[in-house]
Design a protein around this ligand. Structure first.
Ligand code: ZN
Length: 383
């Protein structure tokens, strides 16, 4: 393993990689993992990668032992022939909903749970609007860990059924999404329960990097010009950015794609910060949205999200509820893909990016299709 240290970017606090951590013990900021890139560059070669799924990139992620795997990663990429016709660029869809629990979150969870086992943890918990909770519950079942998931009382029926099916304990927290986070922090402080936060854990974010690795390798190390993602807590966008940075540093790719972050108009703290040239997000009032995966009004990684978008020449923009609904229908009727509303958010944004000339003719665009529509099926009665 090439992991060297775990460090807080804000205050410089150094954590022992052998000790369970979620956020900086000193200031609460997200932590970063640092690797021995000089040794990695000498010893790891892209034409010697072997194996499938995320294990193919085991030298680039913090794994000592074989992971507690359910077969995550290695998801297909399909060219969208129908939707591409209405855009200036060429659209490729990376089907992340075929991951074992039905969303991209499995890439991060496999690392989080594998590390928890290495550390001797027996009890884990997370707060989630659904997909991350279902993912942690599934991998905890595989690893033999006790798991509790805190959800807002408004979370989708399908995802709640999934969490319970894996044998996890479910705690429904009344009030807005943020209340579930406050409650889990209160409940786990000073206990032997590991707060395996998908929004904060540096290990979760490391697993998401494999999406950037797969996209790059799938395009023969000549990555697409654009990657467009939904933005809520930021683990997806920040993880992808970090993955592309690794590859650029190793000299495996010459260029990092422009990373565009799309939010729902009802809850768009990143877009507001981007438009106002703020260097970090500010808590915003939020309204209801069907895209519950991006319904986060005060993202922990707000500063990192903005840095990733700006450093790559990306754009942040928001889309309306009707645009999201139209994109769900379009994906289903034109491409045969049944996705959850959050997955349709970047597709809705894509049209604006194309109309604004951000995406130019002949450029390649990848959109990770983050979660399955089957999880939200109860919301679609009468659709
Ligand atoms: Zn700190």
């Amino acid at each position: 393993m090439y992991l060297k240290e775990v460090v807080c970017d804000s205050c410089g606090f150094l954590c022992d990689p052998g000790t369970p951590v979620t956020a900086c013990p000193d200031c609460g900021s997200p932590l970063k993992l640092r690797y021995d890139f000089d040794r990695m560059e000498r010893e790891v070669k892209k034409d010697e990668l072997s194996g499938t799924g995320i294990s193919r990139y085991r030298d680039l992620i913090p794994l000592d032992e074989p992971p507690i795997s359910l077969g995550e990663g290695g998801t297909p990429v399909v060219l969208s022939s129908s939707i591409s016709k209405d855009l200036s660029g060429e659209l490729y869809l990376k089907l992340e909903f075929v991951n074992p629990t039905g969303s991209f979150k499995d890439r991060g969870t496999v690392i989080t749970v594998s590390k928890a086992r290495e550390w001797g943890i027996e009890v884990v918990a997370d707060d989630s609007s659904g997909n991350a909770g279902a993912s942690l519950a599934g991998y905890s079942a595989r690893a033999g860990l006790d798991c509790t998931i805190y959800v807002p009382a408004s979370a989708s029926g399908g995802k709640i059924v999934q969490v319970k099916s894996y044998g996890a304990e479910l705690k429904e927290v009344p009030g807005p999404r943020e209340r579930a986070t406050e409650k889990i922090v209160e409940d786990t402080a000073g206990t032997n329960t590991y707060y395996a936060s998908h929004n904060l854990s540096p290990y979760f974010s490391e697993g998401i990097k494999t999406l950037a690795y797969e996209i790059s390798e799938g395009f023969e190390w000549n990555p697409p010009e654009h990657v467009v993602v939904p933005v809520g807590g930021g683990a997806l966008l920040v993880g992808i950015h970090s993955g592309f940075q690794d590859l650029a540093r190793l000299g495996w790719i010459d260029r990092i794609p422009r990373l565009h972050g799309i939010q729902a108009e009802a809850c768009d703290p990143v877009v507001r910060a981007y438009e106002n040239s703020w260097d970090r997000t500010r808590p915003t009032e939020s309204g209801p949205t069907i895209a519950e995966g991006v319904h986060i009004s005060n993202p922990d990684r707000g500063k990192e999200i903005l840095e990733a978008i700006r450093a790559t020449g990306g754009v942040a923009l928001s889309v309306s509820e009707s645009q999201v609904k139209r994109s769900i229908q379009e994906l289903a009727r034109k491409e045969g893909l049944f996705v959850e509303p959050t997955s349709a958010v970047p597709l809705a944004g894509l049209k604006q990016l194309s109309d604004q000339g951000v995406i130019e003719s002949g450029e390649r665009v990848v959109v990770p299709v983050t979660g399955s529509g089957l999880k939200d099926i109860e919301d679609w009665k009468g659709f």
